[in-house]
Design a binder for this molecule. Structure first.
Ligand code: GLN
Length: 205
C-alpha cells in the first residue's frame, strides 16, 4: 500500500455500539497521524474493501440474526481467513465464537472458544475496572456490561486477560476478542493492538 492510500476500517453496523467504535477508530487515525476511512457495514460488498473490521457490543442474538439476514457471514469469514485484523467486543465476541451456548446465536466459528453469555450474572450489570492485559504496559480501563466470558478455549487461543478467574480478552492469530468495551473509553490501546499489533505511545489516555 502506498502511504497516500487511506486505510479502510469497517464496523458491522446492524446493532449495538457502532458509532462508538467508529469514533474510537477515527481517534486512532488521528493519534497515529494516518488516514482511516471508517464504514458502518450494513450491506454486502463493503467488507472486501476493508483493511480492518470490528464487530461491536450490543445484543448478540440480534446482531447474529441481522448478520444472517443481510448475508454478511461469508464476507466476515473471508476477511478473517485472509489474515486481516478483526476486533470483536462483547456481543461481537459471542457472535465470533464457535459456541455461544444459546441456539439463538448463529456463531461465525472464527474463534475456537465457547462462551458463557452471562458469565458474571447480574452481579456485573455494568462496572469498570483496571485490568492487566498481556501486550499492554499498564492496566486497561475495562468497561463490562452484562459481560460474557470465555468458558473453554483451544490451544490456538492466547488468553490476554482474566477477570475473576475467567478469560475476558483473547487473541487467535489476527483476531482479538474482549468481553469488555474498549470502544466506550478514551483509551485506544485495544484497537491499536488489534489493528496494528502494537500500541502507539500516545494511545493510552
Ligand atoms: N450479554 C449481551 C449478549 O449476550 C452482550 C452484552 C454487550 O455486548 N454489552 O449479547
Amino acid at each position: 500500500m502506498s502511504p497516500s492510500q487511506n486505510l479502510v476500517a469497517g464496523v458491522i453496523g446492524v446493532q449495538g455500539d457502532v458509532s462508538e467504535h467508529i469514533d474510537a477508530i477515527s481517534r486512532l487515525g488521528v493519534h497515529r497521524n494516518i488516514s482511516i476511512d471508517t464504514l458502518a457495514i450494513r450491506q454486502t460488498g463493503l467488507i472486501p474493501k476493508c483493511d480492518f473490521l470490528a464487530i461491536p457490543g450490543g445484543e448478540s442474538t440480534t446482531i447474529s440474526r441481522l448478520i444472517d439476514d443481510i448475508d454478511l457471514s461469508s464476507e466476515i469469514i473471508s476477511h478473517a481467513a485472509s489474515g486481516k485484523p478483526l476486533l470483536v467486543t462483547c456481543a461481537g465476541l459471542i457472535v465470533a465464537s464457535s459456541n455461544a451456548n444459546d441456539p439463538r446465536v448463529k456463531t461465525l466459528n472464527l474463534l475456537d472458544v465457547s462462551i458463557n453469555r452471562n458469565a458474571f450474572g447480574r452481579q456485573i450489570d455494568s462496572l469498570e475496572t483496571d485490568l492487566p492485559v498481556i501486550g499492554l504496559t499498564d492496566p486497561f480501563p475495562a468497561v463490562f456490561i452484562r459481560a460474557p466470558a470465555v468458558e473453554t478455549a483451544s490451544n490456538n487461543v492466547e488468553i490476554l486477560a482474566e477477570y475473576q478467574g475467567k478469560p475476558v480478552a483473547i487473541r487467535q492469530n489476527n483476531i482479538i476478542g474482549t468481553s469488555f468495551h474498549p470502544e466506550l473509553t478514551s483509551d485506544l490501546r485495544i484497537h491499536d493492538l488489534a489493528f496494528f499489533g502494537t500500541t502507539f505511545p500516545n494511545s493510552k489516555t
